[in-house]
Design a protein around this ligand. Structure first.
Ligand SMILES: C[S@@+](CC[C@H](N)C(=O)[O-])C[C@H]1O[C@@H](n2cnc3c(N)ncnc32)[C@H](O)[C@@H]1O
Length: 274
């Protein structure tokens, strides 16, 4: 099991450019867009500094800056290359700061942010409890932490038993997702870290004619091609099959995404005013 996203801090430019393009195609996907807007609308992102951990190339940051009004928005990521792309795209936002940092060791003091957001980060981090502990530490008491992420074990791109496109999805998952099931335990993980859960639930992403959905099949196919599992002709046919289905079936695949919003509880010390 590997995860391209978890090693982006040391990846070459070609890989980071490919990932930036995948993230951009996801942002353009109307179904993904609707899901993200539903999630963001349920948050109260006004009234204080906001942090996105794992902001990547900044696909979410314009939206966050708009919603945050005059509050400072900070994006951190461990990929310098993706941050550079984010910086170029966001040159006009005065209230935005971008920093290189590891999600497991945030370079901020305690109680710095009113909102801490993680959008498809935790499925890629090797130590989820330590990332959530850091999110808890930098969040104001009473502030909120919000997570939206793929339950990638649920990804299903099949039209029947033993569908070869699902083999492509399995290869994609093995190469791009470290934590395939962990998001199912998100409410428990947050509560264990001193948060009070205020919302949790799931959205189903259904991909039809979507450049982003094709990147899932294409990346899985390329993984199998690179490892020598399949040859070029089959690789081409599998990619074509995904496009045929989008066109003729109106269905390429589906993935469940899970979300949770939680508030930082006062400690016993804070609560008694001691
Ligand atoms: C799937 S991308 C999501 C990017 C952005 N949130 C978006 O949706 O467009 C995951 C991001 O997390 C970053 N990342 C993964 N592990 C990280 C870590 N330990 N510390 C900081 N960033 C990390 C990756 O570099 C990548 O930009």
């Amino acid at each position: 099991m590997s995860d391209v996203f978890s090693s982006l801090a040391t990846s070459g430019r070609e890989t980071t450019q490919q990932i930036a393009s995948v993230l951009h195609s996801r942002k353009q996907d109307p179904e993904q867009h609707r899901m993200l807007q539903r999630f963001l609308t349920a948050l109260e992102v006004t009234g204080g500094p906001l942090l996105e951990i794992g902001c990547g190339s900044g696909e979410l940051l314009t939206d966050l800056c708009d919603r945050a009004g005059t509050a400072t928005v900070v994006g951190i990521d461990h990929s310098l290359d993706l941050l550079k792309t984010a910086r170029q795209a966001q040159s006009t936002s005065g209230n935005l700061r971008l920093l290189a940092a590891d999600a497991h060791r945030l370079p901020f003091g305690a109680e710095t942010f009113q909102t801490v957001l993680m959008y498809t980060l935790l499925s890629h981090t090797p130590d989820i409890p330590s990332v959530l502990r850091e999110a808890h530490r930098v969040c104001h008491t009473g502030g909120q932490v919000a997570v939206l992420d793929g339950d990638y074990a649920s990804a299903d791109f099949s039209l029947g038993e033993n569908d070869p496109l699902n083999a492509c999805v399995a290869a994609w998952r093995a190469h791009y997702v470290l934590n395939t099931h962990a998001l199912r335990s998100l409410p428990r993980l947050l509560q264990a870290d001193g948060f009070q859960l205020t919302q949790s639930g799931a959205h189903t992403y259904t991909a039809a004619h979507s450049a982003y959905a094709f990147t899932i099949i294409d990346r899985g196919v390329d993984t199998m091609l690179d490892s020598g599992t399949i040859g070029k002709d089959l690789a081409r046919s599998l990619k074509d099959e995904a496009r045929r289905r989008a066109h003729e079936e109106g269905f390429v695949g589906s993935i469940t995404y899970r979300f949770a919003v939680a508030r930082k509880r006062p400690t016993a010390r804070n609560a008694t005013g001691a």
